[in-house]
Design a protein around this ligand. Structure first.
Ligand code: F6R
Length: 253
């Protein structure tokens, strides 16, 4: 895994945006795998700035989001649909027909067939070029919680208590309001992307980062599978990198 340690959140965001912009200029019909959460917001802001000020063109881009809660209406403020439109899609020029976010409004019994369709759709467009990932404190990627099969595909997952506690901050601190299930791309789905771009910022992520980068590959830390990916880049700020013991690239901007 290529690890780049950066000064802070701002530098992490700008460097991540630059990775994507460089690829996009090389391949205008880039297929992007996207993440939600606090971590990539700064990266989206920088991509929006590049679109507005530098004419970075997203018109041929196809996107697939990693995950979505089950049971929230799409227009619920905390759905990942709302998140993506608010923080990215409404500010750039990706045609709506090229955007894919798992549909968490379907009845439970229809979701397995829908997940198969999602996988098929990714293959039809030639696979994901760059998959952006955040990391949970428990080492999850997407909503693949510890214990997830490292070969898993897009499916329904029960959220770990730790994840629901972490996300309760978005639901007025009320854990009971946080959905119990989500649709998520599987670890196997994620690993098929041609490049993985993991972002991590802040001291809360330091332990998960240590396990991911320097620990053994284990389903108990799903992000650790990235060690097997031929083109995985982790951009980690100093605070999230504080437990790393080996030498890495350093980019202080
Ligand atoms: C979001 C996702 C999650 C988050 C992770 C970190 O689409 O797949 O794995 O990346 O929970 O969340 P934040 O960035 O809010 O710390």
């Amino acid at each position: 895994m290529r690890v780049i340690i950066v000064k802070d959140y701002d530098r992490m965001s700008k460097l991540a945006a630059k990775f994507i912009a460089d690829e996009l200029r090389r391949k205008p019909a880039l297929v992007l795998g996207l993440a939600t959460g606090s971590t990539p917001i700064g990266m989206y802001q920088e991509l929006i700035r590049m679109h507005k000020e530098e004419g970075l063109d997203f018109s041929k881009v196809i996107t697939f989001n990693l995950d979505e809660y089950i049971g929230l209406p799409k227009d619920h403020p905390e759905s990942y649909h709302s998140f993506m439109w608010k923080h990215f899609f409404q500010h750039v020029n990706i045609p709506e027909s090229q955007i894919h976010i798992p549909d968490g409004t379907l009845p439970m019994e229809d979701i397995p067939a829908y997940c198969e369709w999602y996988e098929k759709r990714i293959k039809e467009v030639g696979g994901i070029d760059i998959q952006v990932l955040g990391i949970g404190r428990d080492g999850h990627i997407g909503f693949n919680e510890p214990g997830s099969s490292l070969g898993s595909r897009t499916r329904i997952k029960t959220l770990a208590r730790e994840t629901r506690e972490d996300n309760a901050r978005f639901f007025d601190g009320n854990i009971d309001a946080v959905p119990k299930y989500a649709i998520t791309m599987g670890v196997g789905t994620i690993m098929e992307a041609r490049m993985l771009l993991l972002l991590a910022s802040g001291p809360n992520k330091a332990e998960a980062v240590k396990k991911t980068v320097e620990g053994p590959i284990t389903a108990m830390c799903p992000a650790s599978i990235m060690q097997l990916h031929p083109k995985a880049v982790a951009i980690i700020d100093q605070e999230a990198a504080k437990y790393l013991e080996r030498e890495y690239e350093v980019d202080m901007g």
